[in-house]
Design a protein around this ligand. Structure first.
Ligand code: GCU
Length: 464
């Protein structure tokens, strides 16, 4: 008896040690793979600098508030610019006064600037995607019976068979629905084995955030309204690093060659995938394709606003803590800067041309700013979400994102819609939701979680 007890304890210890060693080696393998990705990204970044004839860049500030080069968080020093590009003035200086002029003249000008200088152009010859339902299951999500489909969108790679691309998507709709339902599509994070969220551990998104949050989850909030949800995994078709630019959908179209300065970056590629998901929704009877919205946080918040700007079939957007490269004004010196996104760690989100604005050019030289990206979504509703500076920090620049929404107002008004209603940054937890552009800063961290109930009340107006 004693001996069995001893053996049992030894067995448990041995198993635990094996698990720990296993986790350790997974972690080590992850770190090694990261080092390779960083090196390849730096090489690709350097190659792009050569194409742009740039020899040096201004470094971005640090996100660590106690670092000597910490990002500015003093509002008094945040606005060195004297003016922003006017979304309603044509390049030839004429004022836009009619909706027709907006659609036919001014909007195409702004799109061209964003294409060339900021997010890059989607190539004309992107191959076709064929959607397949891999599995269909009836399951429970809390109290709600749902039908979940696992979908894969295979990209035709006959022109360059050595790169395989497949878009991964899940769709869950209420099992008891009697007609097609509205769906919110969320950009889903997927972490490789060995990945750990950086400390401090405020849950940011996905499962970690979900676990820390009281029920009901955002999915259950949607189901309670009789709506469905979809999760699109952007890294299934375009990696979230510079090393991946010669692979994925960007690499496939370029036949494995590096990008030209106005080729699309990851944000535009991710948005392309969301458009292909829309193609699928239009064929699925469970989905009301006229009532599909998009949501994402952080880098996927950037992807969300880019997707909404370029995909007219989307009905509403919920843009979470998108920061620099998203709806935050680029010309504001507060939190993350153009220089950070132009670095080898983040440039892959953008077109190569964007790097120029971190040297020799400056953010002031950008032909467009973030409020014009929001304006491209007009007249459709856009909800801009942020967390609290105390919990989320100031990197995302909540006020800069608020202004991105506020200054898009004149375009919404021209199209007969309502703007944010104020240019004054509201106190935390104030829901500015009476207009077609909405804003709310919740008191939590780097997540859209606490804003879901407010967003859904706002979305109700459009989806009812
Ligand atoms: C970094 C980056 C941000 C980005 C964020 C994220 O903080 O600087 O621009 O939004 O990562 O996506 O998590």
């Amino acid at each position: 008896m004693k001996k069995t007890g001893y053996l049992l304890i030894m067995y448990v210890i041995a198993s635990l040690t094996a698990v720990a060693q296993d986790q350790d080696s997974t972690r080590k393998a992850f770190m090694a793979a990261q080092a390779v990705i960083q090196k390849q990204s730096a090489d690709d970044h350097a190659r792009m600098l050569e194409q742009l004839h740039i020899t040096s860049l201004r470094p971005g500030p640090s996100g660590n508030p106690s670092a000597p080069n910490a990002a500015n968080v003093d509002e008094a020093q945040a606005t060195p610019y004297t003016s922003l590009p006017d979304p309603l003035t044509l390049k030839n200086g004429r004022k836009v006064t009619t909706a027709r002029q907006w659609w036919n003249e001014r909007r195409p000008e702004i799109v061209e600037d964003f294409d060339r200088e900021m997010y890059g152009r989607v190539p004309k010859n992107v191959p076709k995607v064929t959607w397949k339902v891999i599995s269909e299951t009836k399951e429970m999500n809390g109290d709600f019976p749902v039908i979940t489909k696992n979908l894969v969108g295979h990209v035709d790679n006959s022109a360059y068979p050595s790169i395989d691309v497949a878009i991964e998507l899940t769709l869950s709709t209420p099992a008891n629905a009697t007609s097609a339902v509205p769906v919110m599509m969320s950009y889903g994070f997927r972490f490789p084995p060995g990945f750990r969220m950086p400390a401090p551990t405020t849950a940011t998104s996905g499962t970690a955030a979900q676990a820390a949050r009281p029920e009901p989850t955002w999915q259950q909030q949607l189901l309670a309204k009789g709506w469905g949800y979809a999760i699109l995994y952007p890294t299934s078709y375009q990696a979230d690093n510079g090393a991946g630019l010669t692979k994925g959908i960007i690499g496939l179209v370029n036949k494995g060659q590096p990008r030209k300065p106005d080729d699309w970056g990851a944000l535009r590629a991710w948005a392309w995938g969301a458009s292909r998901a829309m193609d699928y929704f239009e064929t699925d009877k469970a989905v009301n394709a006229k009532k599909v919205g998009i949501e994402g946080l952080s880098r996927y918040g950037k992807a969300t606003i880019v997707t909404m700007a370029y995909e007219p079939r989307l009905a509403i957007a919920f843009v979470g803590s998108s920061g620099e490269g998203g709806v935050k004004i680029h010309r504001r010196k507060f939190g993350e800067q153009v220089e950070n996104v132009a670095s080898s760690a983040e440039y892959h989100w953008m077109a190569g041309n964007f790097i120029k604005y971190a040297g020799p050019l400056t953010p002031n030289d950008l032909p467009v700013d973030a409020h014009e990206l929001v304006a491209l979504c007009a007249p459709r509703p856009v909800f801009i979400s942020s967390g609290s500076p105390k919990v989320e920090g100031n990197w995302v620049d909540a006020k800069g994102m608020f202004l991105g929404g506020a200054y898009a107002g004149p375009v919404y008004k021209l199209l007969g819609k309502k703007d944010l209603g104020t240019l004054e940054f509201p106190p935390i937890e104030t829901a500015l939701v009476d207009g077609d552009i909405a804003f709310r800063q919740h008191s939590g961290g780097h997540t859209t979680g606490p804003n879901w109930p407010t967003f859904l009340r706002y979305a109700d107006r459009y989806f009812k």
